[in-house]
Structure formats: structure tokens, C-alpha cells
Design a protein around this ligand. Sequence first.
Ligand code: ADP
Ligand code: MG
Length: 440
Amino acid sequence: MAQITKLPKLGFLYLDYVLRFFDYSNFKGWPDKIEEVTYHWKNDKNRFINEIKRKKIDVLVGNIPATAYETFKEIAISLPNVRFIPSIETQFSNKSKENVTLFCKKFKIATPKTIITYDDKKADTHFKTCKYPQIIKRSYGASNYGGYFVHKVDNYKEAKKLLAEKKYKPVYSQDAIPLKDAGDIRVMLIGHKPVCAFWRYSGTGEWITNTSQGGDMSYRNVPMAALELAVQASKAAKAEYWACDIGIDKNTNKAYIIECATAFAAFPYIRDWIGQYIMWDLSAGRFRLPHIPLYSWEELGKMDSSILRTLRHLYFANYEPSVDGAYWLSNKGDFDMELTYESNPSDVPASIEPPVSEDKLPQMLKEEETQMISNLPEDELYDFDTVSLTELMTLQGMQEDVAVKIKELLSENSVKSFEELDLCNIISQNQISQWTKSFK
Ligand SMILES: Nc1ncnc2c1ncn2[C@@H]1O[C@H](COP(=O)(O)OP(=O)(O)O)[C@@H](O)[C@H]1O
Ligand SMILES: [Mg+2]
């Protein structure tokens, strides 16, 4: 392979209030300076675009949260020569559950049968004729609120009652998958190769899989069908890195995508692998493509998570097959780490147009969210020492990775109050004053 002499200029895409997925340490060995650009929300578009131009950034690496997706579509159009990793098209599914469904439909990826509509009559007809149970979800907004916006209904009456209460728009409802082993599977991929996967089981008496509500997890016995479906979704999304939540129907053993996105929580050693993969991609092979044996997660998963959290820069040598190893290798050869194809606008499915103008919608959603949060029962004031991950996720504007980080600091006894989190540079003053209202 021809060696390229000049590497592209890399930049990290950061946003105020959003936990940083990557930093320099994930790109160990990159010889050039890596720039940083931080988006400050509210009317910051032009300044942000100019900063990228001024710093002559060729490649911008980082996740775009749901609430900034539309703005970043515009930003990307103004920067036609900048490559976003993952591409804006790849991040389509990050925005909402309805986008996940539209994505799966476009690429014929198995997902529960779902209705998405703004039309109350259509919704009513659906709930009169659909099979039950149905899972009704709020489509838009930060996902992974630990099921806070996900509900199971068993009949027409329950569905109507729930929608009258929640007023979700669009109405987003899907067939409930009878989940095998009362769990779902998280698969993480780099360059379309599964690098980590685990079962998340629901707590006793719970139907929803939620490790913060007494559920459990296991790195063992992740079925091939889940890995194959995850690879299919990753390839369709052209994702450099990707995660899927997958449910297995216990009656048919068929795998279905429940959620998928480029934004997910991952241990630092996984983010290091992603960094290595991106360096390989951008250097035309000057940096080594990381080799991560399939199912190595079963072995790594035997370690305590407090150890896994501190492991860095794991390196697996390529296995030299002996004669008796050859069969085993050829059997698992379907999962090569690959270069992703370039995204183009036609990768993105057509969206379902809301019957109100786009600029009114964010306001409506904000009101809906405020109403929902303020509807929490009065006695739901949390205790800082005992607050669960799920409860943290119900705080307005909370992101999964921020909540995980806070929970981590709490359990290490590193912080004792919300104010102290400011010192750790995790959240803003604004968020502190907003979120402390929910605490005793
Ligand atoms: N169609 C479905 N069938 C069965 N279980 C589901 C279905 N949709 C969601 N669940 C369960 O609810 C959990 C939360 O749903 P999800 O769509 O991931 O929302 P969020 O993570 O944003 O709260 C899933 O992890 C899964 O356990
Ligand atoms: Mg989820």
C-alpha cells in the first residue's frame, strides 16, 4: 500500500454539557496536533463553522447528540470538504427512535413492527386492530432514560389511557418482542466487527431490561444471530463505530433491533480501539488496524468492571494459525474489521413530516418534556447518596454517559454533592442549579 506522507488534520467535536467520548489519549501515537472545537449551542453555528475553517480541520471526530442533529446537518453542508466521523448520515439514528425505525425499514433490517404517526385517528385505528402487548415510546429526545419513556400496554383501553396521559407526538408504538431470557443484547462494533457484546437482563418482576433497576448483565452466550444482525445494521449505516440493542424472540429465535446508534457508553479500552481504527483509516494503513478476537469480550468480561474501567490500550497480536487452528479461524472469518464506505445523502430515509412547522416543534417538545418532568410525584426528591442511574437519567437534558460518570464518582465516594461535580468539569453551573432542584 502506498504510504501517504501527509496526514489529515484531525479535530475533536465537543459540545458544551456533553461528556466527551474521545480525547487525545484514545489516539495514542498520532504524531500531529489534534485540534478541539466546542459547540456552545444557541446561535453558535457560524462561529463554530469559522473556527473549523480557521483551524484547517479535515476530519472532525465525535458524536452529535439528538438535540443538535438538525443544526449539524446544516453545519456539515457549510463544510463540504470536512469529513465527519461518524458521518452525519450515519448519525441519523442517534436523533430519535422513529429514525431508528425508518433506518431499519429502509435497509430491511429486522425491527419490531412499528407505527409512527401524528394522526390521532390513524393511531386509534391501530390500537383497535393491532396485536398486544404493544410497547409505546416517546420517539424524540435523549434515549436510554432507562425505560422512563417506554411503556407496555396490554389492550386498547390501556393504550388510550397512556396516550391521553403522556401526549407523546408522534405516536410511536410497536409489537412487544417476547424476549428470550428476559433480556436484550448490546453489541458494539468497530469497522463492522463486533468487539464487545453482553446480555442485559431485567430485574425480577420487571419486563424492561435495565441494569440500574436491579437487572443483571453477562458477557456469555451472545448468539450469532445477534452479532450478524448488528453487522448488517453497522454496514447499512456505514458506521466506523456503532452499537445495537437487540432482542431475541424466544419463540422463533429471530433477532430484532430495538435501538442502534453511534452514541453509547463504552469503557476506555473500547474507545482506544476506535481511535486506533480511525487512525488506521485516516493514514492509509500507516497505523495498524487493531486486531480484536471475536468473543474476546467473554474473557475480558470475567474481570471486575472497576478493573475494566481502568484498562487502556489493549493490544492483541494476530493469531498465527496452526494446522488444527485453521478450521476454527475459517469458521469465524465472517467478521472482519473493514473500512466503511463513504456516506451519501441518499443513505438517509425520508422523515415523517410533523403536521406543524419544524420551528414550532422543538418548543412543543420542550413543553412536553417540562410537563413530564414536573409531573414526577412530589416525594420523588432524590437522595444524592442513593440515587439510581435510572433516576439520574430522568433529569432534564441528562445524557447516558454523563449519568454513568456521575454514578461512578458517587460509588467511588469521589463526590458528595452536585456542586462538587462542577469541580470535576462534568456538568455546567446551569445544569447544577437545574438538577439540584430534584434533590433533597
Ligand atoms: N419492542 C419491544 N419488545 C420488547 N421489549 C422492548 C421493546 N422495546 C423496548 N423494550 C425493552 O425496553 C427497554 C428500553 O427500551 P428502549 O427502546 O431501549 O428505550 P430507552 O433505552 O431509550 O429507555 C429495552 O432495553 C427492552 O428491554
Ligand atoms: Mg435502550
